[in-house]
Write a protein of this length. Structure first.
Length: 107
């Protein structure tokens, strides 16, 4: 059985304004871009800066520390110095709630 965790209301998640939520041992960043909601790991793979403090430009999130950028839809690296992609999480909106699907390793 899938384990969906409600993290915030849909109204709380404003366009282009990332929020982050601890889920188990993972800090998950949730952001709405062009109306769609995306969820990725909040820690930059370069040196663990918190990405929710970065800027959103289209589907790109830019790390506030050294400027690496990632695609919020896939976690893919778009610009160095990061070279490792971010983990992406399944996310959905149901009944005005934003929910993230927990990875099986999180309890
Ligand atoms: S910590 Fe993100 S680019 Fe260095």
């Amino acid at each position: 059985m899938d384990d969906w965790r409600s993290v915030c209301t849909s109204a709380t998640l404003l366009e282009g304004k990332p929020l982050h939520f601890p889920i188990g041992a993972v800090d998950v960043l949730v952001v709405r871009v062009a109306g769609a909601v995306h969820a990725i790991n909040n820690l930059c793979t370069h040196a663990d800066a918190c990405l929710h403090e970065g800027r959103i430009r289209g589907h790109r999130i830019i790390c506030p520390l050294h400027g690496a950028s990632f695609d919020v839809r896939t976690g893919a690296v778009l610009a160095k110095p990061a070279i490792v992609p971010l983990t992406r999480y399944e996310v959905r909106e149901i009944d005005r709630s934003v929910q993230v699907l927990l990875p099986r390793t999180i309890t």
